[in-house]
Design a protein. Sequence first.
Length: 420
Amino acid sequence: MDQLVTIEECAAVVRNSNAVAGFFDVVSYRIDRVGGQPGYLGEYSHLVVSVKKGDGDLVDFRYFVKYLPITDLTQRKIIEEIGIFTKEAVCYREMFPKFERSMGKVQKWKPACWLARDDLMVMEDLVDNGFEGMPYRKEFGQGHMLRIIESMAQMHACCLDLEINQMKGIKLEDKFGSMLFETTFMDNPWFMSGLKGIKKAALCASKYSKNPSYKQTIEAEMVSKMDRIFELVQPSTQYQSVVVHRDLWFNNFMFRFPKDPSTGSTDYDNPSSCVLLDFQIARYLPPAVDFHCAIYLLTRRSHRDQFYESYVEHYYQTLTDKLEKLSLDINTILPWEQFRESLGHYRLVGLLWSGVLLAFVNLPEGYLHDLRVNHPQTYYDFCLVSRDKVIEEFLDKDRYYRDNLLDTVDETLEYLFGFK
């Protein structure tokens, strides 16, 4: 494990993170694996660097490390071929350092990264800095969505500042195209299995599946209707684009939550700030793509029906304010009417992506890890051949899985076919 990084890289991490002022020597370092299951696209550890400062004091600094799988070489090969891990590393190494970072102009919206190799990244330890993830299967409420929208708007504002103020109008896609390529929304086995899974859920469990006429329409037309997503993820000549995150499911956020001073208990409903994690499927597309990915991946339909319009207004006002701090006028970049029009244009991206991803990530905790370790052929089939059997099983026996998936499937059917 300790061979993952060199002592010279450890020194660079300490230096880049401004952990020590002045001279220091790295005395030793170690890598401690983070407990729990590995991530789907990488593995996680802590890097602890022991430093001797110029005054002779010894001090330890801890960092978070994510790297390509080293325990599952088959998974590593797949990730390397897609380029999905390297994409994020290059974003952190080449693009994000060019973003405006001064505290008076920009709020914190991502973790700091102190070393970015194509196979490994060393980042600030967000837990040590007061951030937490949401408890498993706890619903995101208005407090979470407002903070997420604000961080998302900040990322988009930084993109526009880089493109317009610093690069004088050169498109980010032209400058950083090597890191903004499509890896996910493609005619590949993983994504196509996900789209077929939406159709399976629509046919076997949606509220429209008991109507023979509707069911016949779904069977005959749904695949061709869903194919429009491949046009929607192509570069836009119609709307202003930014770097969009897209992978906005519940594990890709960490929050600062208030603590009760008397009991020490955490108020998980009212976060004060939020950072975005994992930029492995970043793309250059209009902001409406991120807005709808967040809304459909993170909220239930009753919540969307109640708060959607207020979230649209909050995003636009937040983006307006953040652009002003960067000496940019939203009316010349993304007028309100254009933003509203783009929301309608890209709604299907959020609907279908949430259907694909929720069928995958909302399975019971540990289920996919167990499948991967103990039933590798079944895991392979689920990922790359067909999810239908697993989707049908958990629609039947897991209420959380069923309610969240059918929320988005029903709304997708209404959008595609006008079902009522």
